[in-house]
Design a binder for this molecule. Structure first.
Ligand code: ZN
Length: 389
């Protein structure tokens, strides 16, 4: 690490990672002079980013003071806005949930009504957790549609009338007075699962199978969003020569044959009572043979796309999330069957394929991670330190 690179923000990253805990260890790791390290530690302490930790380290002589990242230094607001349901939380800087709330809020109510509700709900949650807005370092918002990464604007979201191009970061930023980070729901779920359940997996593919199908791509522990933020939209990859028309206008899309909505439609055509993906899962759990067969085949269709993606991307893990993940082994069996037989042996040698671990909390945790990774990035910490110097 060069001297210029090791600003206060870089030292904070090292303390968070646990690569160093004391002044001496930081000097050794960064090559910085004692006075420089001390100055940066003082600046970080002044803003409460770090606190002395209890475990003083003794190496024979006088015990050295150890420092630890202070996860309570700031508060994060997080929201996972789905098609019909919203889940919110107030968390610390380690994604520990301090207060949470969920409610039925149709996204079709439009941006001003939904976001107005969100601002009020955030204020209520802050009260409940005993915090105030001036302790908040940012708000992370997940939306159920495509979001342009550079601007945080929804772009042609199919199920969100009135939201196309709406300035979500600007609108919320004016009312909350904190940085606003916006991403699509699948990306925040991928972040949440990676952070909380599989932090050791460097390259991860998260696949949401619910009403639609999409994926979030983690590479080198970070989200890969692509040039515009559209990476991972695997629901519209063609899997079959069938003529089933997809909502995108093409035929044979993965989503048109294997999503919860597609399976519910097939079950209804067969005389079953299935309005949505939850109902499909309920039928599977009740042992309905047709539902089991359809879910297994959906797993194979999803597996067909994933087999190609595994060869292309070589992930260390695949996580299946979304409502349909609750169909568990039946869905996984189909996915595994095709991926392990069709992908290259070197790519599948250590590949784990599992269902989500966080249930429907993954999105709100991921929305918090979105803020934490931004706020604690070395450049942003350096700016915060400089602003208060
Ligand atoms: Zn399509």
């Amino acid at each position: 690490m060069t001297t210029e690179a090791a600003g206060a923000g870089a030292l904070l990253t090292i303390l968070r990672d646990g690569r160093a805990r004391t002044r001496a260890e930081l000097m050794q790791l960064t090559g910085l002079a004692r006075s420089t390290v001390s100055q940066r530690l003082d600046a970080l302490s002044d803003q409460r980013w770090i606190i002395p930790s209890n475990d003083a380290i003794s190496s024979g002589g006088r015990p050295a003071v150890a420092f630890a990242f202070n996860a309570g230094a700031r508060i994060v607001l997080a929201a996972d806005l789905g098609a019909t349901h919203a889940r919110l939380a107030v968390t610390d800087l380690a994604t520990q949930v301090l207060a949470e709330h969920s409610a039925d809020v149709p996204i079709t109510d439009g941006p001003e009504k939904v976001l107005g509700w969100l601002v009020d709900a955030f204020h209520r949650l802050l009260d409940e957790s005993g915090h105030t807005l001036d302790q908040v370092c940012g708000a992370g918002i997940g939306l159920p549609g495509p979001v342009e990464h550079q601007t945080g604007l929804p772009v042609n979201p199919p199920i969100m009338p009135g939201w196309d191009g709406f300035d979500v970061p600007g609108w919320l930023g004016r009312r909350l007075g904190v940085p606003i980070l916006v991403d699509n729901d699948v990306n925040i779920m991928a972040l949440g699962e990676h952070w909380a359940a599989s932090p050791e997996i460097e390259h991860l593919l998260f696949v949401k199978v619910a009403t639609g199908i999409g994926s979030g791509i983690i590479t080198e522990h970070r989200l890969h969003r692509g040039a515009q933020g559209a990476a991972g939209d695997i629901g519209h990859i063609r899997v079959t020569t069938s003529d089933i028309v997809c909502r995108c206008g093409n035929t044979g899309c993965l989503e048109a044959v294997a999503s919860g909505a597609a399976l519910a439609a097939l079950l209804r055509a067969a005389g079953e009572d299935a309005a949505n993906s939850r109902d499909v899962v309920a039928l599977v759990r009740a042992g309905n043979a047709r539902a089991v067969q359809l879910v297994r085949q959906a797993g194979r269709d999803i597996g067909e796309v994933l087999a190609a993606l595994v060869n292309f991307f070589n992930p260390g893990g695949i996580i299946i999330g979304g409502d349909m993940a609750d169909a568990g082994e039946y869905l996984l069996a189909g996915v595994r069957e095709v991926v392990y037989s069709r992908s290259l042996p070197l790519a599948t040698q250590h590949l784990s394929i599992r269902v989500r671990q966080l249930d429907d909390r993954a999105g709100v945790i991921g929305a918090s991670v979105l803020v934490i990774e931004h706020i604690l990035s070395p450049g942003v910490i350096d700016e915060a330190v400089a602003a208060h110097a």
